[in-house]
Design a protein around this ligand. Structure first.
Ligand code: AMP
Length: 290
């Protein structure tokens, strides 16, 4: 039985009670419009923790003025049903007023992690993510929190947030769930028409071309990135945002592919901005865990 909770005080009290009874808390933050990628996180949490909490909140702070905040899909009823199916205990779905009762005076900065890669195109996005996740962690308290590696930069920011602010949270990265043609599952795939959906597989193909370049012995991150950029540019329906080959741990530039790297791409297909990434060994093998 899944309980739907809308208020911070209520979720905090419920989880304090669970911890007092010796139970561990697993937390999966989401923006809803749940798909199999989200469900894989929830299923892993179910397997590893006593109490499973899923938050559903479309956070206005992480959307830029020209982004899709107002049209982002909101499907709480279906989301709650799916959570019930995968045996989540609590769906925490606060309103914007509950999370931000007043214009926030104090917010967090993701620092230099917030200005590179996706942060370059989405200024303020990772500051908004850090702020909302800190608020959510304040509501849940001590827990294990599960995030997808599909949003690799977000995962690096959240790990830094927890480390730098000393939060009682263990952050766990989970593998990307893909469609049969390699497209990473995303709530934003709903924006794509049939042709665009077919074109979207170019991101995954680009990542594989990056892996192939490394496998073929190319250790120059600029050339690896430009191989990926070339693949994306060859798709008429795609508009490249960036293609990058960076240090997998801190996302900084590398001068050579000689340790684990993150290959990351972002592109607009129609009105949707899609991202994808893969972690690679210096030999060009894709690896799941860093
Ligand atoms: P979102 O609702 O897009 O904010 O995503 C909520 C969580 O689900 C984040 O930790 C995402 O990284 C994760 N997630 C989204 N898509 C996928 C996917 N295809 N595979 C695995 N995790 C995902």
């Amino acid at each position: 039985m899944t309980t739907l909770i809308h208020h911070i005080a209520e979720v905090r009290d419920a989880l304090d009670q669970e911890r007092a009874n010796g139970r561990t808390i697993g937390f999966v933050p989401t923006m809803g419009a749940l798909h199999s990628g989200h469900l894989s996180l929830i299923e892993r949490t179910r397997a590893e923790c006593d109490v499973v909490v899923v938050s559903v909140f479309v956070n206005p702070l992480q959307f830029g003025p020209s982004e899709d905040f107002s049209k982002y899909p909101r499907t709480l009823e279906e989301d709650t049903k799916l959570c019930e199916e995968v045996k989540a205990d609590i769906v925490f779905a606060p309103s914007v007023d509950e999370m931000y009762p007043a214009e926030p005076l104090v917010t967090l900065s993701a620092g230099r992690l917030g200005t590179i890669l996706c942060g370059h195109t989405r200024p303020g996005h990772f500051d908004g993510v850090a702020t909302v996740v800190a608020k959510l962690f304040n509501a849940t308290g001590r827990c294990r929190a599960y995030f997808g590696r599909k949003d690799a930069q977000q995962l690096v920011v959240i790990k830094a947030l927890v480390r730098d602010l000393g939060m009682p949270v263990e952050v766990i990265g989970c593998d990307t769930v893909r469609e049969p043609d390699g497209v990473a599952m995303s709530s934003r795939n709903r924006y794509l028409n049939g042709e665009e959906r077919t074109a979207a597989s170019v991101l995954y193909r680009a990542l594989n071309d990056g892996l192939d370049a490394i496998k073929a012995g190319n250790a120059d991150p600029v050339q690896v990135a430009s191989a990926m950029a070339g693949t994306i540019s060859s798709e008429p329906l795609a508009r490249l945002d960036y293609a990058a080959c960076v240090d997998a741990e801190d996302l900084q530039q590398v001068t050579a592919v000689e340790k684990t790297v993150l290959l990351a791409v972002a592109a607009w297909i129609g009105s949707a901005r899609l991202i994808d990434n893969v972690t690679a060994t210096p030999q060009g093998a894709a690896i799941q865990e860093v």
